[in-house]
Design a protein around this ligand. Sequence first.
Ligand code: MCA
Ligand code: AMP
Length: 426
Amino acid sequence: MGVAFLPMNPAYRSDEVAYFLGDAEPCVAIGRPQDAGWFPSVAAGCGVASVYELDSDGGGSWADLLDSESQEPPPPALTTGGDLAALVYTSGTTGRSKGAMITHRNMVSNAVALQRAWGFVDTDVLIHALPIFHVHGLFVATHTAMLTGVPMLFHDTFDPARVIADLSSATVFMGVPTMYTRLLAQPQLDVAACANMRLFVSGSAPLLAETFRDFGERTGHTVLERYGMTETGMNTSNPYIGERKGGTVGPALDGVGVRIVDDEDRVVPTGTVGGVQIKGPNVLLGYWRRPDKDAEEFTADGWFRTGDVGVFDSDGYLELVGRSKDLVISGGYNVYPKEIELLLDEMPGIVESAVVGVPDADFGEAVTALITVEPGFVLDVAAVITELKTRLASFKVPKRIHVVDELPRNAMGKVQKNVLRADFGP
Ligand code: MCA
Ligand code: AMP
């Protein structure tokens, strides 16, 4: 149809929605009935011409419109696979998200590569319990199942007991590490419960070695870990047939170029840590209306800088060892510290703040804020959290806030977040 889709997390608050709609300028916006008090006016305020509602049972003014139209599909407007298919917002390292322009070719190439790599067959049944506003649930899970033409048992929220109850009717599950730790917390997860399953895939955040080990021991299944990004879809995957190495995200997928480079973009020898760069048909067209970001994130010879830091082992398996970008991944959701710091720094009595991710048993990393205040000021932490919740989706709101005398800085005056992570970790 020539339409580009912009998925949004329904947990976003009005300021966040206003930013996306103002930046993307869609002609149609569809919201939920429970947001009727603010969504239509925010969308109209951003110049969106048509605003509709869709409820979780498929009813609402959007469904009514479709019912009232002729059933003839509109003439295809698509001309090439290089056309824009979706705008997915990501990576606001300076506090503002950027729209990653994903093409039809990006999606198709990745779906085909994953279908082959993970051995999808027409008898598969996928348990889909991921949110459908991020690449993991929206493209990786949905596209592999749809390309193979197999059913999805679609869960509208993640409930570990419900997933376990469905395992006997399914063959594939995809989840983020938090889902695996929550599944392991259920005593009914065992070999018998998983007897019909052929594959468990994990991604979006690092799978802890103990989760990998415990899941194997409890279920007899070796979790297959893979690595991707909104901008690139999936890049690497442990093999379906062959050794799945815990702590690694496997070799590059078919057709995807993955290289490790030094600070001057020179490829480093195997076994040397460096920046991870990607090239291939899976890599985004560019950032929506951000040529400055395209220039920053792509090398002169067309490789995309992921901001991840990794190393290849002698078998060609990639191990991710860190990130050069300032990003917290909490339960698979990306949280950009800058976005929270900017809001905190505006609040009365706060001098400055630093937001970091500290290790957390459930979410992998827990968003944690360190704050300095004006002399004599007593910070009401509960009020800060309440205020942040009106401005931000609640998964971004710090789980912990500490008032400190000062923030540690290096010789360049930059806040040393690694020191804070170590000091405020468990
Ligand atoms: C929910 N909460 C969270 C998180 N999730 N807080 C921190 N981190 C989180 N991840 C908070 C809510 O804000 C709420 O707070 C309270 O927990 C309960 O919310 P609820 O919705 O009931 O949570 P849940 O159902 O228990 O959610 C946990 C979850 C979810 C199922 C693990 O976070 C999830 O679906 N994560 C997957 C995200 C994902 O798909 N990421 C892929 C993006 P309060 O009570 O204060 O309101 S990355 C990607 O796509 C790339 C390409 C890749 O590689 O895959
Ligand atoms: P997003 O911007 O939401 O697409 O998140 C992509 C980021 O998630 C990557 O750049 C990595 O930092 C991280 N990520 C994805 N998969 C994995 C994984 N298996 N292990 C560690 N980090 C991962």
